[in-house]
Design a protein around this ligand. Structure first.
Ligand code: OAD
Length: 245
């Protein structure tokens, strides 16, 4: 795989690096993306932004759980891929390294990434709809456990940010700060359509960072980037890692 000397120069001189990942980084693990086809974009005839919504939690929590338990089931057969493992190595290769993900699949952590900023939550966590007590679920437990809170008895819901909900404030603040401070920002495997996550790349660029996009397809941010790599993350990231000291 050819890697330009200009790109290598930018990477080798970077001290503070921030990476934003999306569903595309897990595509080679067999996790369906949202907007790239596959069978996770629609559930029982409902588009994912309808089933994954704050409104559905209020109106039909059981159905929301059915959808998330289905996705948890899909993940049982998925392993981190070469792209996840490459990024886990990067945390030791730069003076300051921050990994921000929109994914809820936990594959970055399973590959060894630490201090991951999960903007949209995690599919194996849940919380009480009343007292907000949090629960870590076993990935093997499908359907999910517990179904109701052991403190107050109310129903629990997935600890995932749904349409119509705000992002976890502290996590987003940290991601925003790191995006502002970094000198190099990677956008990997995201359609860059969902805000405020996609806005982190804009914050980085306006603060002076170079932007590198890794995605087989164009996105609305492509022209905004300094480097566009039209490759699959699982193929390109390991090749790039070889050139890093
Ligand atoms: P999308 O499904 O919108 O986009 C996936 C992107 O990955 C596309 O741009 C693909 O071209 C790219 N892609 C596919 N295979 C790839 C590969 N092997 N290597 C690199 N890139 C690849 O997923 P997201 O952008 O992550 O939010 O979606 C953002 C948010 O939309 C999700 O976090 C989710 C959804 O609504 C919530 O659920 C809150």
């Amino acid at each position: 795989m050819e890697i330009s000397s200009e790109l290598l120069k930018v990477i080798k001189s970077a001290k503070k690096v921030c990476v934003l990942t999306g569903a595309g980084i897990s595509a080679e693990s067999g996790v369906p993306t949202f907007r790239g086809g596959g069978n996770s974009a629609v559930w029982k005839g409902m588009p994912f932004d309808q089933i994954s919504s704050a409104r559905m939690v209020r109106e039909n929590l059981a159905e929301v759980w059915e959808w998330f338990d289905y996705r948890r089931g899909v993940l049982q057969n998925c392993q981190p891929n070469a792209a996840h493992f490459a990024l886990a190595k990067w945390q030791k290769k730069f003076e300051d390294f921050t990994l921000v993900t929109q994914n809820i699949d936990g594959l970055h952590t399973r590959a060894g990434s630490e201090d991951l900023l999960e903007l949209h939550g995690n599919i194996n966590r849940s919380y009480c709809t009343n007292c907000e007590k949090r629960f870590q679920m076993n990935a093997e437990d499908i359907p999910h456990k517990p179904d109701s809170c052991d403190e107050c008895g109310a129903k629990v819901r997935p600890d995932v940010v749904l349409f119509g909900e705000i992002l976890p404030l502290e996590v987003f603040r940290k991601a925003e700060q790191k995006s502002r401070e970094c000198d190099l920002f990677f956008i990997i495997g995201t359609s860059a359509l969902v805000y405020p996550a996609a806005g982190l790349a804009e914050i980085a660029k306006y603060s002076g960072a170079k932007l590198i996009e890794i995605n087989p397809e164009d996105t609305p941010l492509t022209d905004f980037c300094d480097f566009q790599i039209r490759e699959k993350a699982g193929e390109f990231l390991p090749s790039l890692t070889v050139f890093m000291l």
